[in-house]
Design a protein around this ligand. Structure first.
Ligand SMILES: [Fe+2]
Length: 203
């Protein structure tokens, strides 16, 4: 979490040392650990919690509202890893590519759709956004046009992507106490085993 904006001890960081490609669960967990103290963007576009805390809050929110959907929860946990690993402005696409080999197609697609879901919600309701999200929305293409909305809603994962995006926006609370990464290690490993088995079965 961002604890100070001044003073000699605090250094803003926006990139991690763990670099893709990520090929197994240990590497993905190491990437998540390295998000501690790493922010999505410099102010004013940056959110007030670091990317590890943001992912933990997002996953916790999804677990509360979608307790039976572990894939959706894991997607919430990892949805913003793309911010920290490259200069590609499309962090959702980057994140999708990073997590797909470990967490499989559905989790990866949800990560890839979370920005589109934000643009959809901005077009369809009085969508309350943080200052950071409001600024980045313009860079991400602003609210969807009607044809884009129709195409988005036709996607099988549209409703789940919207749920992820709502949790994303709620996951920016400074000093909110949520379970740490250790609570996600087991479900992530269990899911990764299922993904690997499914991939092996299709080879
Ligand atoms: Fe996010």
């Amino acid at each position: 979490m961002r604890t100070s904006t001044s003073g000699p001890a605090f250094t803003w960081r926006y990139r991690v040392r763990v670099r893709p490609p990520i090929s197994d669960c240990d590497e993905l967990l190491a990437l998540l650990v390295s998000l501690d103290g790493v922010y999505d963007a410099p102010p004013p576009e940056g959110d007030p919690v670091d990317l590890l805390q943001h992912g933990l809050q997002c996953a916790h929110e999804l677990r509360a509202h979608h307790p039976d959907d572990v894939e959706l929860q894991l997607a919430g946990l990892v949805h913003d890893v793309g911010h920290a690993v490259s200069d590609d402005p499309d962090h959702a696409r980057t994140g999708r590519q990073i997590v797909a080999p470990v967490l499989g197609t559905r989790v990866a697609e949800l990560v890839g759709l979370h920005v589109a879901a934000k643009r959809y919600l901005a077009a369809t309701e009085d969508y309350e956004l943080s200052e950071a999200s409001r600024l980045s929305l313009q860079r991400q293409g602003a609210a969807m046009a009607p044809a884009e909305m129709e195409a988005f809603l036709a996607l099988p994962l549209a409703a789940d992507a919207i749920a992820l995006r709502r949790a994303d926006e709620a996951a920016k609370i400074v000093e909110l106490d949520v379970p740490g990464l250790e609570t996600w290690s087991r479900p992530m490993r269990q899911h990764a085993i299922l993904v690997a088995a499914a991939q092996g079965a299709t080879e």
